[in-house]
Design a protein. Structure first.
Length: 525
């Protein structure tokens, strides 16, 4: 079959929602024809559809190496870098693309997001308003505008915009999900009634959405509405349906995670950590906050950043990027963890400086900054080698509450293990075992906190944490939910609320529904 015919088959499968199958065939074509421009472009789009932003960035950068002025590649990279928080790179690609075609929507939306990140809200809103005047029927622009309003805490403005969009786009499933995120829904709210009309109250949709993505958004909106109104079992039935759809989209391979974590443990041995000790960059600016996703890292970042010398970095991609680049340089590819022992000790200093360079582009020159990418726990050995003076806070939460909270999210990036309760339990065990490995190697350099203690004994925990960090944390600044800027977290409304303990033991009313998880976490429970 010719490459053109193969690409037609790939595009047809992608249009049918068979993205994983299409991506596999596209990769096979690229192995035969690595410089095929159309195949590279198609795989980049498939990587976005499969929620693999890192893969998409790599392929679009490769495309630019082949065709430096490829406008679509620049436009897509503006979007991808904006999503990852690398605003400097996003801005560069957006300006390049817009100089050649001022109509490109992705690049203009990227510049709006960058303006929000820099607290230039007026500029961001001006971009959105101009786009909506030019393209009033473009739902994507309206959705992105509403999402941005939610991220900056303008919930009522977002709610009004979403209602307006629903009048002309009643089949816009994502609009219902965004509506559910504008605040806590009440039993008597018209917004609740609007969302409930999508389902039958027994875990099924009555509205005929045409594709799986829309169905997931509708189920997640119904889940949020019923959860807010105090009906956990009804909500869980909708959630379960959303997760079944995601499992079909993103097949699980739990053995891959186990193999990766085992390889990390074997690679970062006591001998390697000892050999790298003292060779990293001297800076003590970074404060890493690690743990399982949904363990309270956003709250902890708020606590740490209450000190005026600390600025929030959010979930930075830089550690993973630097580690992957080291593996690619000293091994066969970016995932070759076994190449780490071949890294010369003095290279760890350069790696640490490269991390700081990338982080500083986003956080400026403040004395300290946070990096709350939760899954940096995987790379604590590399962090210690690169930045031996950085502070590392490990935040843990009750395992069942943690796993339930993960299961309740439809993450922006693909985490197939988060769509199945048994896989979630297995992943939690792998995480716990890896943390124990790091404790054995350098536990004295980890600051250990429990989420439950943080929200129930805030004053004492903050005082202790301040002493460990060498920073006096002003508790009075934590009572305010204003001025927190843009929030890129799975629960943007909740993250702006005052500290509370209502999320402790949320799993108990759902013991029966969570039995597959309990069987893995605590057999016989």
């Amino acid at each position: 079959m010719s490459s053109r015919n193969t690409l037609e088959v790939i595009r047809r499968k992608a249009s049918q929602g068979k993205h994983a199958e299409a991506a596999s065939e596209c990769l096979a074509l690229l192995k035969q024809q690595p410089r095929n421009i159309e195949a590279n472009l198609e795989y980049g789009h498939l990587a976005i559809a499969l929620r693999r932003p890192d893969d998409a960035i790599i392929i679009f950068r490769k495309l630019l190496a082949l065709v430096p002025d490829h406008i679509v590649a620049h436009d897509r990279l503006a979007h991808l870098y904006r999503q990852s928080g690398d605003y400097s790179s996003a801005e560069k690609h957006a300006h390049f693309a817009l100089q050649r075609d001022a109509r490109l929507v992705n690049s203009r939306l990227a510049l709006a997001a960058i303006a929000i990140a820099r607290d230039d809200i007026d500029q961001a809103l001006a971009i959105f308003e101009a786009l909506r005047r030019e393209l009033p029927d473009d739902l994507h622009i309206g959705i992105t505008h509403a999402d941005a309003l939610i991220r900056i805490g303008k919930f009522e403005t977002a709610r009004l915009l979403i209602r307006q969009l629903l009048e002309s786009h009643p089949d816009g499933a994502l609009l219902y999900l965004l509506l559910s995120r504008t605040g806590k829904l009440r039993e008597d709210s018209p917004d609740t009634a609007l969302i409930r009309a999508l389902g039958n109250g027994r875990g099924k949709l009555v509205h005929d959405f045409s594709n799986a993505e829309d169905q997931v958004h509708a189920y997640m909106a119904l889940f949020k509405a019923e959860s807010d109104c105090g009906h956990p079992a009804v909500a869980f039935n909708y959630l379960r349906q959303a997760k079944l759809l995601r499992k079909r989209q993103f097949p699980q391979q739990p053995e891959q995670v186990s193999r990766l974590y085992e390889e990390i443990r074997q690679t970062f041995s006591c001998n390697l950590v000892h050999a790298a000790d003292g060779h990293g960059a001297a800076s003590d600016a970074p404060i890493f906050i690690v743990g399982m996703p949904r363990s309270g890292t956003t709250l902890l970042e708020r606590v740490v950043c209450s000190h005026p010398d600390v600025v929030p970095g959010g979930e930075l991609q830089a550690v993973n990027q630097v580690v992957q680049e080291l593996c690619a340089h000293y091994g066969d590819n970016q995932n070759d963890i076994g190449s780490v022992p071949r890294i010369p000790p003095d290279m760890w200093k350069q790696a640490g400086e490269e991390y700081l360079r990338r982080a500083r582009r986003l956080v400026g020159d403040a004395p300290h900054f946070t990096d709350k990418m939760p899954e940096n726990y995987m790379w604590l050995g590399a962090i210690r080698a690169m930045l031996p003076n950085a502070r590392i806070i490990h935040l843990s939460r009750h395992p069942i509450d943690t796993c339930l909270s993960i299961y309740e999210q439809d993450f922006a990036t693909a985490r197939p293990w988060a769509n199945d309760l048994k896989s979630l339990g297995a992943h939690y065990h792998a995480y716990r075992n890896l943390l124990q490995h790091w404790r054995t190697l350098f536990g004295e350099h980890l600051i250990e906190l429990e989420y439950e203690a943080l929200v129930t004994d805030t004053e004492n925990i903050c005082a202790r944490l301040g002493r460990q960090l060498g920073l006096q944390l002003p508790l009075d600044r934590l009572t305010s939910t204003q001025g927190q800027g843009e929030m890129l977290t799975a629960s943007m409304w909740q993250a702006r609320q005052p500290i509370h303990s209502e999320s402790i033991s949320r799993w108990r009313p759902l013991r029966a529904e969570l039995q597959p998880l309990l069987d893995v976490l605590a057999p016989g429970s």
